[in-house]
Design a binder for this molecule. Structure first.
Ligand SMILES: [Zn+2]
Ligand SMILES: [Zn+2]
Length: 389
C-alpha cells in the first residue's frame, strides 16, 4: 500500500490515510482534489449538499473577472443561496488584519460554506477565516503560483510581521487548467520557483537527519521529488503555457502542500531558500517597498542556497547529493524565470544581510545553520554579494 502512494493520481490523494514506514500515520483531510481541463464543471457536484444552505463567495477584482463572476452567475441561476464579496483594493491585496476584518464584517451569520476564488492571498485569508469561524471552504484556483492550496497553515501579515497561523485544509481544491494556464506568466514562474525550492529544502532536511537525527520520511521525500521531476522534465513548455506542464506544476504544488500535511509542519517544502525569501519579503514590508511574489524569490534563493552547498562541500556528509547551481540555472533558463536576486529587485544590502541573518527567522536546521556553526556566513555573504551584484 505505501509503495502504491507514488502511483496515485492527484485526485486519488483526497482522503488518503495510511501508516507509513516512518512510523507516522499520514492523512489528507481534503474531500476532493480536481485538477483537469474542465475542473470547473465539477464544482456543482462538489457543492452538492449546500444547495439549500448559505454560500459565501470571496474573490478579488482580478479573480472575480477570471472566473468568479461567471461562477456567481451560474450558481445564482441555479438558485443557490449565494452572497459574494469582492476585494476592490487599489494596491495588491495583503493577508492582514484589514482584509480579514473586512471579511468578518461581510460574512453572513448563517454561512455554511466559503467559496474562495483566487490564489495565494485569497486562499490564505479564506483558510484562516474558515478555521476561526469553523466554516468549511472550497478553493477554486486561479493561478499555479504557490504551494499553499493543500496546506493547513496561513501565513499572514500581522502588525507588519509575517507570521504563520494554524488553519485548515480546504474541503475541496478545484484547479481548472484552462483557467490556470491563462494566469500571468510571473505567477506561473512563481509556482515553478516554489517547486524548484524543493531541491534545497529536501537537501536541508536530509542534512538535518544526518547531523541531528531529525525525524525524516522517505515516502514523503519520494513523493515530492517525483512531482518536482515531472515539472522539471517539461520545463521548457512553460513558455507556451502548455496545458500538460500547467497541470503537472499544479499537481506538484498540491503534492507539496500534502507533504507538509503529512509531516505536520513545512519541513519537506521549506528550507534555507524559504528563509532567504522570507527575509527579503520582510525587509521590503518594513520599508514599505514592493517585493517579488513568494515563489519568484524562492526560485532565486534556491540558486543562492545551492551555491552555499558548493562552497561548503568539504563539510557536507557524503550521502548528500549536492544541489548543482549550473543545473538550477539551466532550469530557470528553460522556464524563462529570473534567478539573479539583483534582477529580482532585492537591494544589495538586504541580500548581503540575508545570508548572515536569514537563519534566525525560524528555528530549523539548514545549510545556513551549518555555515553559521563553522563561522562562514560573513565570508559567504561577501562572496555571494560579489557574485550577484
Ligand atoms: Zn512517512
Ligand atoms: Zn513556498
Amino acid at each position: 500500500m505505501i509503495d502504491d502512494i507514488l502511483k496515485l493520481g492527484i485526485n486519488e490523494m483526497a482522503n488518503l490515510n495510511f501508516d507509513c514506514y516512518c512510523g507516522k500515520t499520514h492523512k489528507v483531510h481534503i474531500e476532493n482534489i480536481i485538477v483537469n481541463e474542465s475542473a470547473l464543471k465539477d464544482l456543482e457536484r462538489v457543492l452538492a449538499g449546500f444547495k439549500d444552505k448559505s454560500i459565501f463567495l470571496v474573490a478579488d477584482k482580478n479573480t472575480y473577472k477570471v472566473c468568479g463572476e461567471k461562477i456567481e452567475k451560474e450558481l445564482k441561476k441555479k438558485r443557490y443561496n449565494l452572497k459574494s464579496y469582492v476585494f476592490y483594493t487599489n494596491s495588491d491585496l495583503v493577508p492582514d488584519e484589514k482584509s480579514i476584518g473586512r471579511l468578518i464584517i461581510e460574512v453572513p451569520k448563517n454561512t455554511s460554506l466559503i467559496l474562495a476564488i483566487g490564489s495565494g492571498t485569497i486562499n490564505d485569508i479564506c483558510r484562516f477565516i474558515s478555521y476561526k469561524l469553523d466554516i468549511p471552504y472550497i478553493i477554486v484556483a486561479t493561478a499555479p503560483s504557490m504551494d499553499g492550496y493543500a496546506s493547513t497553515v496561513s501565513p499572514l501579515i500581522v502588525e507588519g510581521f509575517k507570521m504563520t497561523y494554524e488553519a485548515v485544509y480546504p474541503k475541496a481544491i478545484i484547479a481548472d487548467t484552462n483557467i490556470l494556464k491563462e494566469a500571468p506568466l510571473e505567477m506561473i514562474h512563481a509556482g515553478f520557483g516554489d517547486i524548484l525550492g524543493k531541491y534545497t529544502s529536501l537537501t536541508d532536511w536530509k542534512l538535518s537527519k544526518i547531523i541531528n537525527n531529525e525525524y525524516y520520511c522517505q515516502t514523503t521525500v519520494n513523493l515530492v521529488e517525483k512531482a518536482r521531476e515531472k515539472c522539471v522534465e517539461n520545463a521548457e513548455r512553460i513558455k507556451n503555457r502548455d496545458e500538460k506542464i500547467i497541470r503537472q506544476l499544479t499537481e506538484a504544488l498540491i503534492v507539496s502542500g500534502i507533504a507538509i500535511g503529512f509531516i505536520g509542519y513545512s519541513r519537506p517544502a521549506s528550507g534555507a531558500e524559504h528563509h532567504l525569501a522570507h527575509y527579503w519579503e520582510i525587509a521590503a514590508l518594513r520599508n514599505n517597498q514592493s517585493h517579488p511574489l513568494h515563489g519568484n524569490s524562492v526560485g532565486a534563493a534556491t540558486l543562492v542556497v545551492s551555491m552555499i552547498y558548493q562552497l561548503m562541500k568539504d563539510k557536507i556528509p557524503n550521502e548528500i547529493d549536492l544541489p548543482d547551481p549550473e543545473y538550477i540555472i539551466s532550469i530557470h533558463e528553460k522556464v524563462g524565470s529570473i534567478y539573479n536576486p539583483r534582477d529580482l529587485g532585492i537591494p544589495e544590502e538586504v541580500f548581503a544581510d540575508s545570508i548572515i541573518h536569514a537563519r534566525e527567522i525560524r528555528n530549523r536546521y539548514t545549510i545556513l545553520q551549518l555555515a553559521y556553526e563553522n563561522n562562514l556566513l560573513e565570508k559567504f555573504s561577501k562572496i555571494l554579494t560579489e557574485e550577484f551584484y
